[in-house]
Design a protein around this ligand. Structure first.
Ligand code: PAF
Length: 279
């Protein structure tokens, strides 16, 4: 695997690859890689002849400095995992390689960035769009791969691509779960053994919501049941459980074409998100 820390280095290498006919699949990450990230690499390998992964803990998407500080950065283990997965290129820049001081950025994508996660993490998705747009400009990928676990992030990036007319195709890849149902996340590293047990209530509530929808229960009743279930779990503080239209993320109606249930909760000191596509 080739490793680059500078924009210039990775750009030059990828331009050479494109010049000889390769296409590029891109997996942007913040590191602390787990099976979920590796499944994105695998998916990218199926479509692209050169697979690029970036590891960059992006400061502009953190609204809590403590959260940024404690974000895990196991770079040696990450490199080993990427080598093992057969990734071709790693781009691992420092902050000053990506940002020249205090840059301003704003892209209006309407209500999408202010709902749900946006309400609890104001400005988060502006930071995500800012860095993903920069990374796209550097890597110039044909395809970019994102995990369904941050469903709202996928919708936000989709909006950015369409508003800025970016020449990249977005691929959303399914959530990877541990055998007990816990959605894989870099933040799981912070869960204590007790938290790990309590956290299972999230996937349980989502699975039950999907089953209740199939049975024909109404959306409000499903949401209320899930909210009650999660709220009764010790050590767990529910932030939201919403059943939404899969494109707008506004509350779903029975005739919404796609319907997704999205949840966020604090389990111990760790904030977790999860979701399920229920139609
Ligand atoms: O999902 C993530 O890991 C990050 O939000 C991303 C897309 C790499 C941007 O920093």
């Amino acid at each position: 695997m080739k490793i680059f820390n500078t924009r210039h280095g990775v750009q030059q290498y990828l331009q050479q690859q494109q010049a000889v006919g390769h296409n590029i699949g891109f997996v942007p990450t913040m590191g602390a890689l787990h099976q979920g990230h590796l499944s994105l690499i695998k998916q990218a390998q199926q479509l692209a002849s050169v697979v690029v992964c970036s590891i960059f803990v992006n400061p502009t998407q953190f609204n809590d400095p403590k959260d940024l500080e404690k974000y895990p950065r196991p770079i040696d283990a990450d490199i080993e995992k990427l080598e093992h997965a057969g990734c071709d290129v790693l781009f691992n820049p420092a902050v000053n390689e990506m940002y020249a001081g205090n840059e301003s950025w704003h892209l209006d994508i309407g209500r999408l960035e202010h709902l749900l996660e946006g309400e609890f993490r104001p400005g988060h998705y502006q930071g995500v769009m800012q860095v993903v747009n920069k990374l796209f400009t550097i890597v110039k990928p044909d395809w970019a791969f994102f995990g369904q676990k941050d469903y709202q992030q996928v919708m936000v990036i989709n909006q950015m691509i369409s508003r800025l007319n970016l020449p990249v195709k977005l691929v959303m890849c399914p959530i990877e779960r541990e055998p007990n149902g816990l959605a894989m996340s870099s933040r799981n590293i912070h869960l204590t053994p007790d938290d790990r047990v309590h956290a299972l209530v999230l996937s349980r509530a989502l699975t039950q919501a999907k089953a209740a929808f199939k049975k024909g229960d109404d959306l409000l009743a499903i949401q209320q049941q899930a909210t009650a279930l999660i709220s009764s779990e010790p050590g767990t503080l529910l932030e939201y459980f919403e059943i939404v239209n899969g494109e707008t993320l506004l509350p779903a109606t029975p005739d919404s074409r796609g319907i997704v249930a999205l949840v966020a909760a604090r389990v111990g000191n760790t904030r977790l998100i999860d979701n399920v596509i229920i139609r």
